[in-house]
Design a protein around this ligand. Structure first.
Ligand SMILES: Cc1cc2nc3c(=O)[nH]c(=O)nc-3n(C[C@H](O)[C@H](O)[C@H](O)COP(=O)(O)O)c2cc1C
Length: 197
């Protein structure tokens, strides 16, 4: 499938959404479901959720590339990140930082992150939308040479913003914000493709 942005023929990209919360009764996963639906319905990308709660990776003991017998789940996760043109990380804020499940997954991989366009969706149950996560998460990904893009999507009161299926309470407002956010990520995906070609 192909579509045209700014008169450049652009093969439809692959965007993976990393849903980071492994918490029982989690709410930020609702945002992952919302973005998957939005991206798919608007035919912006081929999109799937990489759910860290489902993967249940063990606590980090070595980088994947140095493991002798990596699990099939780790290999699958690495392959999906590698084959993605862009990544959306959906993360809650826990005590001012991002969850251990996400750090576990970031440290597991290496080259798969290099120059990978990544945009952040942060969530909290309070007023500030998990934005304190950004500093530490962006720094870790910068250290590993990912291409963190200047787009963020903070979600205050995530449990009221989306229902459990990821349907937005205020669809028009949420879709408008999502459109701006995704346009930025897609711009960086396109820019990287040009440089790589
Ligand atoms: C261990 C823990 C620490 C938290 N720390 C913060 C925090 O620093 N700031 C905040 O706004 N919310 C905090 N919260 C509330 C979360 O924002 C809220 O639980 C949100 O729904 C988290 O996403 P989740 O439901 O997907 O896990 C914390 C929650 C947990 C479980």
């Amino acid at each position: 499938m192909r579509f045209i942005i700014h008169e450049v023929v652009f093969m439809i990209p692959v965007i993976s959404i990393i849903s980071s919360s492994a918490r029982t009764g989690r709410n930020s996963h609702r945002a992952a479901l919302y973005f998957q639906s939005y991206i798919t319905e608007h035919k912006l990308a081929n999109c799937e959720i990489l759910d860290l709660k489902s993967y249940q990776f063990p606590i980090f003991d070595e980088r994947l590339r140095l493991q002798k017998n990596p699990s099939p789940a780790m290999l699958e996760f690495a392959e999906k990140v590698k084959n993605s043109d862009g990544i959306i990380i959906v993360t809650p804020e826990y005590n001012g930082g991002y969850p251990a499940s996400l750090k576990n997954a970031v440290d597991l991989l290496y080259e798969e992150w290099h120059r990978k366009p990544i945009a952040f969706v942060t969530a909290s149950d309070g007023d500030f939308g998990g934005t304190q996560v950004i500093t530490s998460l962006q720094f870790s990904l910068w250290k590993i040479r990912a291409l963190t893009v200047p787009a963020m999507f903070p979600i205050p009161r995530v449990q009221e913003t989306f229902d459990e299926n990821g349907v937005a309470a205020d669809k028009a407002k949420t879709d408008k914000r999502a459109d701006h956010f995704l346009a930025e990520l897609l711009w960086w995906i396109k820019a990287k493709r040009r440089m790589d070609s």
